[in-house]
Design a binder for this molecule. Structure first.
Ligand code: COI
Length: 357
């Protein structure tokens, strides 16, 4: 499918942020966006890259009422030699359609997903920040726009992609965050939407997140929805625990997100001399193992969060410190290696990068 490029009037061009240390996460957006529509009986149509602007949508649109939507997150990096690399975008294309299948959304052809992103990023290349720890965050989204109040799949959708120059996801940057294990609310249940990247999962996490914040914690670590016993994920990250050089993470059991960074850590860690294991982690065992010093480090992984060290974990009013509240050695090595590959400082032995022309 050809993508029409709608001219961008000079007066609509925004001023770029000159001080990249002020970027934060997801606060600024580039000049253009990709929009492709899907209509019943017609399929995908009207692909265009147009000036970034608000949508005019009917207040009755299904997405506003019944949350028929999904999204993705991936990043583009500008290398010192000027090349632009996307990190494992095929994984995002695949997961986008897996999420969409759960929410009854039409599949976006992988080629359209990838080519659309590449064309958009290529046009917006001047927006890619280059300071350490920065990148261009790419947010593909699919929303139901049929204006009707019946609960049913829409007959009209917008697939759109917006771009945001970003720094670190957490205000603290690459520094340990404090996490509270949530033992009342749950994020997902078997058979639910936990493994889909859909807005409702994030909306339902807000209350627990606010309550944790009031107690001085940055994020909530979810337990399984059946027994409230096994570690699942932090909404913005998958979680890893290091027992010496052995790194453990929860299995993909249908209720956690299949993280691209999670998968990358599982593949990267053995090349650095660590062993990895996907297994159920009982929160009581985990706390005992932190207490006794068997667990030496904890970190989260995610596209936005990259590799985020954990300094403190709290469960049922017991708060335990990890790595003396500092960044652990394994966490640091994984961060350096992953970001080294993404930014072209280290060789990509895995074939993870796709270059934008
Ligand atoms: C990402 O890591 O890309 C996400 O979508 C997580 C979101 C909470 C920012």
């Amino acid at each position: 499918m050809d993508i029409k490029i709608v001219p961008l009037p000079t007066e609509k061009m925004k001023t770029k942020i000159s001080d990249q240390s002020q970027l934060g996460f997801g606060k600024f957006f580039t000049d253009r966006m990709l929009v492709v529509e899907w209509k019943a009986g017609q399929g995908w149509c009207d692909a265009r890259i147009e000036p970034y602007a608000p949508f005019v949508l009917d207040p009755a649109c299904l997405v506003f009422h019944y949350a028929q939507e999904i999204f993705e997150g991936l990043k583009a990096y500008k290398w010192a030699d000027g090349r632009i690399a996307l990190f494992r975008p095929e994984m995002n294309a695949r997961r986008f359609n897996q999420s969409g299948d759960r929410i009854c959304l039409p599949a976006v052809p992988e080629e359209l997903f990838l080519k659309g992103i590449e064309q958009l990023v290529s046009l917006e290349r001047d927006w890619i920040p280059t300071a350490d720890g920065t990148s261009l965050y790419i947010r593909p989204t699919l929303i139901a726009v049929e204006p009707v109040l019946g609960v049913k799949p829409s007959d009209h959708y917008y697939f759109y992609v917006i771009l945001s120059p970003v720094g670190a996801y957490y205000a603290a940057g690459f520094n340990p965050i404090n996490i509270m294990v949530e033992d009342h609310y749950v994020r997902a249940v078997p058979g639910g939407t936990g493994e889909a990247k859909t807005g409702g999962n994030y909306a339902s996490s807000l209350k627990a997140g606010l309550e944790a914040k009031k107690k001085g914690y940055d994020q909530v670590l979810w337990l399984d929805g059946r027994e409230r016993r096994y570690i699942e994920e932090v909404g913005a990250m998958n979680m890893f625990f290091a027992y010496g050089t052995h790194i453990v993470t929860a299995p993909l059991d249908g209720s956690i997100l299949s993280g691209v960074t999670r998968d990358s850590v599982l593949k990267l860690a053995p090349t650095l001399g660590y062993t990895v294991e996907e297994r159920q982690i009982d929160v009581n065992d985990l706390m005992a193992d932190i207490r006794s010093g068997k667990v030496t480090e904890a970190f989260g992984s995610g596209t936005a969060a990259v590799i985020t060290p954990v300094g403190k974990l709290c469960y049922k009013n017991e708060s335990l410190q990890l790595t003396n509240g500092k960044v652990g050695e394994i966490t640091q090595r994984l961060y350096d290696t992953l970001t080294g590959i993404q930014t072209g400082k280290l060789k990509d032995e895995f074939g993870w990068l796709r270059f934008v022309k």
